[in-house]
Structure formats: C-alpha cells, structure tokens
Ligand binder design. Structure first.
Ligand code: ZN
Length: 278
C-alpha cells in the first residue's frame, strides 16, 4: 500500500507534467470509483491544474480556487501518465485528458487492480466530509512539528500499542506498515509498548528517526516491494534499505539476533527483540 513516501513520489513525478495543464475531459470507465460531490457531471472540464499537494496518503489536485480532485490510492491505486492516446486496459477506471501549453494533449489514467482506491471531486468546503482526511494527524516531515506534540497525541491512545497508534493516521499522518516498523527499529523502541508510555526523550528520538526514514524513502522514490510504481511507471528503491519490514527470521542488521514477528493492529510486525526491548 502506498504510504507517505510513495504518494509524495507520485506527486513529485506528476507536478512538472500536469501543473498548468487544462482538463479537457474526465471520463469514468468504471462506476463507483469517482465520488463527484459537486452536482455537476462536467465540473472538471475546462479547469486548470493549479496545484499538486499531499496530505498523509492523500493526493490533492487544486483545480482553481474552488474545486479539488482528491485521490487515495489505498492498496493498488496508480496514476499513469500517457503522452500518447492510451489503449484502455483492464482495471483502468478513470481517464483524464489534459492539454498543456507547449506539450499538447496528454492523459492521466487511474488504474487500480484491487479497486479500493477512491477519487473525489469536490469543493474545498466539502473536504471535511472525507472522514479519513479530516481526522489526519500532523505531517511528520513538517519542520514545525515538535516531539512534545507527538508525545501528547500518542498519550491520548494510552491503552493502545505504539504500532496501532502510529498506523491510525490520527496521531501522525502518512505512515503505514513499512514505515512504522522501520521507524520503530531505527529508534530502538518496541512496537508493543503502550503509546502513552514514551518519555519526552523517547518521543523526540522517535520523531527524529521517523523523519530520517521518511526523507530517505522519499529520496529513494519510495518502496516497491509489490506493485508500486510512480506516474511514469518507475519503481522506487527504498526496498534495498529496509532493515526489518519483510525480514522476519533473518538476522538483525545491527546485532545479528533473528528478527521476531508478531501481529499488532491486524498487521504483521517485525522487530528485533534485542535492539527493541520491551
Ligand atoms: Zn538487533
């Protein structure tokens, strides 16, 4: 599932290609993927892409000051940029044709094999109706974020383990199974610890490790362990830097102890019992 670094990579890959482009047509090939809350079927037509932003795992396209296209890729959602007229493939659900001055006509295809991905077309005042977006915690890479904020937000989940609290999106935005496990390993903190049990020093260390991991993953253009690719079909390379995710039973890169596996918040969780003691 694309997490913060993958969605940010999609955003970075799309920005030079479609910023300033005018939407000619937004076409639904499959019903039930697009949620158009504007009441106008052709709301996107004629609109110019004035901004590409990311919030947590959501990708936000500004279509002028009063319209937004918001996407959540969920498990397998993918935007494919095409400079040639695309031939529809199975699992292509939405096709947006655009015209950019100097480039001519281009296409953005939303492809999703599992079909859990969602796209919304809405006004800025309607974004609060997307519950997952409205309840997001702060951005981990925001330089304004301080570790005391993280500690206090974690302490509101005092009876939850750290893994579940960090996955919830409401404590902090954008981390999924890969980057929670990697951040906790780098910080030496056990994922089974209670979310409210971190000392100020531990919270500061965790935030700093989380930021290092996420920034390194953005720099590596994300992690491609299964099918993640960016808008130009380019795979990420952070999978070569993973220390614990997908490595249960293999020796810890720091101490050689076999990495342990447990299930927390319904997700496989890998950690080093020696480097991350309870
Ligand atoms: Zn270890």
């Amino acid at each position: 599932m694309p997490e913060l670094p993958e969605v940010e990579t999609v955003r970075i890959s799309l920005e030079p290609l479609i910023l300033g482009a005018r939407i000619l047509e937004l076409r639904e090939l499959t019903a039930g993927v697009l949620y158009n809350w504007t009441g106008q079927p052709e709301a996107a037509s004629g609109r110019t892409v004035t901004g590409l932003r990311r919030r947590g795992k959501y990708l936000l396209l500004d279509l002028g000051p009063d319209l937004l296209l918001i996407a959540h890729l969920r498990m397998t959602g993918q935007f494919k940029y095409e400079a040639q007229p695309p031939v529809w493939q199975k699992h292509d659900h939405i096709v947006i044709s655009l015209e950019k001055p100097g480039t001519g006509k281009v296409w953005l295809v939303f492809h999703d094999t599992r079909r859990f991905g969602r796209i919304w077309l809405l006004r800025p005042d309607q974004t609060c109706q997307i519950a997952g977006l409205a309840s997001l915690g702060p951005e981990p890479l925001d330089p304004q974020l301080d570790s005391e904020t993280l500690r206090l937000r974690l302490s509101r989940h005092s009876r939850t383990n750290l893994k579940a609290a960090l996955l919830s999106q409401t404590v902090i935005a954008g981390l999924g199974n890969i980057y929670v496990d990697e951040s906790l390993f780098l910080s030496g903190i056990n994922p089974q610890r209670l979310a409210g049990s971190l000392s100020p020093g531990e919270a500061a260390h965790l935030l700093s490790c989380m930021q290092k991991i996420l920034q390194a993953a953005v720099n590596a253009r994300g992690t491609s362990v299964k099918d993640y690719v960016d808008a130009l079909n380019v795979r990420g390379s952070f999978q070569y830097q993973l220390q614990v995710y997908g490595r249960s039973g293999q020796p810890c890169t720091q101490c050689g102890t076999p990495l342990a596996k447990t299930r927390l918040a319904g997700r496989t969780t890998v950690y080093c019992p020696h480097c991350q003691p309870i």
